[in-house]
Design a binder for this molecule. Structure first.
Ligand SMILES: Cc1ncc(COP(=O)(O)O)c(C=O)c1O
Length: 395
């Protein structure tokens, strides 16, 4: 019999010390809920009793019609999205939004304002420059992107087409939070902007990690591969006046309007990635507890999860957090030991103990533990315990 297994036989499954699945702290693609993975296993062979797998159905067939319709419905349900906002499933990753946003929303002779709070925000402004003048209203580059600005630190231009921000800086581990007095409440925060100027937000690494009010934004985009599903699609939430905007001639496939009018299938869409998003949206909804909204439950859990590691960092002289405490991310926790050699040792030994993907990004160094929604609390406890042991052996 011919085999398609590269090794010709099934490899042994890598497990952690307790004989369980490896905890995947990778920044993305990140871990997915186990219930979603098990459903995918079934649906790849036979979805919804159709006798045909999800990868084989036509994108115009009834089965996919339902998958797509439910994905739209469930996404809207999670955030109670008003009807003047479109949800789009696009391709090209969050990276393609870096040129699609200015191409669709910024006239050639009008500026757009950018808040550069990390690596991905740097990429965004770079691409926008292709479409005429842009204004950097704030940059934290000289502080190694360890902070988030106050409103007073942001200097807008006179008449920007939009203000672009990135709500969570995946690489440097900072996130926009609402501050109440000096107390960090972890609520989402949008900066004060000039009246009537829409905010465009890259929410790739913290979308649906906490309650979100999309009406505070003109547009939000997020690569799916962290909190929403599988790589291959980018979710865009866009207000209808912005979706209809025409500031220059563009091919149809580069227009938000095309995707809005055509239910995100002007061509063969990334069927599988959208289907996985649909399952994750159902999982998010299933996290509601009694009268408590699913995003409140998820948010509280994320605060507990991150707290396990941040508390440890705050009580120790061995660990050093990279982000300023009032700008810390709940999703991507960045920290270091006293030396690069110990950082390397930590990454090696934690991986061997079943805590995978802890190495920081090449531009930041140190460690990064990504605790997306699907990372179980047990994984974060195991990490905190491992850090404690590592400190006692190497401190
Ligand atoms: C905040 C943020 N924006 C953009 C990107 C790029 O996303 P993609 O690889 O989907 O283009 C990433 C990827 O990690 C990210 O974390």
């Amino acid at each position: 019999m011919t085999t398609i297994s590269p090794a010709g036989s099934k490899p042994a499954v890598t497990k952690n010390a307790a004989g369980e699945r490896i905890y995947n702290f990778s920044a993305g693609p990140g871990c997915l809920p186990e219930a979603v993975l098990r459903q995918i296993q079934e649906d790849v062979f036979n979805i919804r009793g159709s006798g045909i797998g999800i990868l084989e159905h036509s994108h115009r067939a009834k089965v996919y019609d339902r998958v797509l319709a439910e994905a739209f419905e469930d996404f809207r349900k999670i955030s109670n999205l008003p009807s003047n906002y479109h949800v789009l499933f696009m391709t090209g990753g969050a990276t393609s939004q870096n040129f699609l946003v200015p191409a669709n929303l910024k006239p050639q002779d009008q500026t757009a304002d950018y808040l550069t709070t990390g690596y991905w925000a740097e990429k965004s402004i770079e691409q926008a420059k292709i479409y005429g003048p842009v204004h950097e209203a704030y940059s934290s580059k000289d502080k190694m992107h360890s902070c988030i600005p106050t409103d007073a630190q942001i200097k807008y231009s006179a008449n920007p087409a939009y203000v672009h921000m990135c709500s969570n800086n995946t690489i440097f581990g900072t996130e926009w939070h609402q501050l109440e007095g000096s107390k960090n409440t972890w609520r989402d925060r949008v900066p004060m902007t000039p009246a009537g100027v829409p905010i465009v937000c890259d929410m790739s690494s913290d979308i649906y990690s906490r309650p979100v009010d999309f009406t505070r934004y003109g547009m939000v985009y997020a690569g799916a591969q962290k909190n929403l599903g599988a790589a291959g699609t980018t979710v865009v939430v866009i207000r209808d006046d912005l979706a209809a905007k025409k500031v220059r001639e563009l091919p149809g496939m580069l227009r938000y309007e095309t995707f809005a009018k055509d239910e995100s299938r002007p061509n063969t869409p990334p069927v599988f990635a959208i289907y996985v998003c649909g399952l994750v949206f159902k999982w998010i909804l299933s996290q509601a507890e009694g009268s408590r909204h699913c995003l409140d439950v998820i948010h509280e859990r994320n605060i507990r999860k991150a707290g396990l590691v941040y508390d440890l960092i705050d009580k120790s002289t061995f660990w050093k957090g990279c982000a300023e405490p009032n700008a810390r991310s709940l999703m991507n926790l960045t920290f270091k030991t006293p030396s690069p050699e110990l950082d390397e040792k930590f990454c090696k030994e934690s991986a061997a103990a079943g805590l995978d993907g802890m190495k920081g990004h090449r531009s930041a160094g140190g460690m990064r533990a990504s605790m997306y929604n699907a990372m179980p609390e047990a994984g974060c406890k195991a990490l905190a315990e491992f850090m404690r042991e590592f400190e006692s052996k190497n401190g």
